[in-house]
Design a protein around this ligand. Structure first.
Ligand code: PLP
Length: 454
């Protein structure tokens, strides 16, 4: 039973039967959530009938915007034709076509697509593939993973174990001895007086030192997001991602680019690894923008080289014994195909590349607010960091402030994603210049209102 009550400006729901992600289970049914009842374009509509700009684009995922008729029709048509097939023993034309299309747009030799149910299962599958690969190659010791502090890779046992957000591990168990963490490449953490180049050298030296400390023969893979999303939009120093890749190659360590957020247009390209950062990884994980969040689906891309390596070791049966009931689900595949059609028909990648400088300039105007201490922008993702007193840092206080900004913005017509002390924006890629202006002006008003304690 849902009891919907109106507060001053927002509609809240009390629900005692849903355990939400990251829910405080001691407060089941007592916490509040905005009730959404509709959506169109860059807007969602709450139960009071208020239109709110979808600043976070759902959860970094509604890339083509809400309510696209093309996707709805394609999914309905597919469901009418074939509602399900077992991916173990059967295939369906729509899923075959999607895999072929994805292989065509993926970088380099990443021609092998393993469908999953979302981002966590894509990362989980990538890690399991690392184990499988090294078992096949006769080096069962080479299984440990290097990841970064504040990286986020998902919520399964393996993907959470390689995630570096401390706050999410407090009461949870992680795979022991699996993962080694190196520093986040957050430019704001650069020591005073150190140049950006020297900071990058330092981070790369740390990666190499970690490999030497653990032993390259023990490290199976390095996993990294090209831009840390859930870490608060952390944009690494120039050349960092490419140099990490070079170090991995030097020590025969697989490079997994977690592009669950950055793929499918967020940075103006289908994949950011090669087009933005000049790297062709060994594996890429994707989800979210693959279906623009209309239906659940993820995809792990595996290079031809890895397949060939396994092939060359033996002629024996080598099954990757991993998979999901919904791997390559036909409705999700139809959704992804229609989503990609929209990218092509609307020239969405070109649009993002055209509008990204305007978005960056508009977001950076917020720097003049006294509580804003950093504005990070790349493509159509941004993090506006707030500190109530920069001389007296207090993480808890500033995280609470970011939540207040979200509340204030919701009252004014904008959804914000507070991450740590940053207000994060990743709007639908269809956003226009006037809509960016509106979004930024509401965010300015929301920050100002929250700072005034209103
Ligand atoms: N990897 C990254 C980089 C993510 O940002 C996320 C989710 O935000 C995931 C993996 C997990 O994806 P999902 O929530 O679809 O399981």
């Amino acid at each position: 039973m849902t009891d919907t009550s109106n507060s001053q400006t927002n509609v809240r729901s009390e629900d005692s039967h849903i355990v939400r992600p990251w829910q405080d289970v001691t407060a089941l049914g007592q916490d509040e959530a905005t009730v959404l009842e509709g959506s169109s374009g860059i807007y969602v509509k709450d139960a009071d009938g208020n239109n709110l700009i979808d600043g976070p684009g759902g959860m970094w995922c509604v890339n083509v915007g809400h309510g696209r008729r093309e996707i709805i029709d394609a999914v309905v048509k597919q469901m009418e034709e074939l509602s399900y097939f077992s991916p173990w023993t059967m295939s369906a034309p729509i899923t075959t076509k999607l895999a072929e299309r994805l292989a065509g747009i993926a970088p380099g030799d990443l021609n092998n697509v393993f469908f999953t149910t979302g981002g966590s299962t894509a990362v989980d599958s990538a890690l399991r593939f690392v184990f499988f690969y090294n078992n096949c190659l006769g080096r069962p010791e080479k299984k440990q993973i290097i990841s970064r502090v504040n990286g986020y890779h998902g919520s399964t046992y393996l993907s959470s174990s390689v995630s570096g957000k401390k706050s999410e591990k407090a009461h949870m168990d992680m795979a022991k001895g699996l993962c080694h963490f190196i520093s986040s490449p957050k430019p704001k953490d650069r020591p005073k007086g150190m140049s950006a180049d020297d900071f990058c050298d330092k981070l790369i030296a740390e990666l190499e030192a970690k490999i030497l400390e653990v032993g390259a023969d023990k490290i199976g893979a390095f996993i990294a997001e090209p831009v840390m999303g859930s870490g608060g939009v952390v944009i690494s120093p120039e050349g960092y991602f490419k140099r990490c890749h070079e170090i991995c190659k030097k020590y025969d360590i697989l490079f997994i680019a977690d592009e669950v957020v950055t793929s499918f247009g967020r940075l103006g390209y289908y994949f950011a690894s090669e087009d933005v950062f000049g790297v062709v990884p060994d594996m890429i994980t994707t989800a979210k923008g693959l279906t623009s969040g209309y239906l659940p689906m993820g995809a792990l891309f595996i290079s031809d080289r890895l397949m060939a390596d396994i092939n060359s070791t033996t002629n024996e049966y080598r099954a990757f014994t991993s998979g999901f009931t919904y791997s390559g689900h036909p409705a999700s595949a139809a959704c992804a195909m229609a989503n990609l059609d929209i990218f092509e028909n609307d020239k969405l990648l070109e649009h993002v590349r055209d509008i990204a400088p305007y978005f960056a300039e508009a977001m950076k105007t917020l720097s003049d607010l006294p509580v804003v201490t950093d504005v990070r922008v790349i493509g159509l993702m941004a993090g506006v960091e707030c500190e109530l007193d920069a001389d007296d840092p207090d993480e808890e206080r500033d995280c609470a402030f970011a939540m207040k900004v979200d509340e204030a913005c919701q009252d004014l017509g904008l959804l914000v994603r507070p991450i740590y002390n940053s207000c994060v924006m990743s709007p639908p890629l269809t956003i226009t210049k006037p809509q960016i202006d509106k979004m930024v002006s509401i965010l300015r008003a929301g920050i100002t209102k929250a700072a005034a304690g209103e």
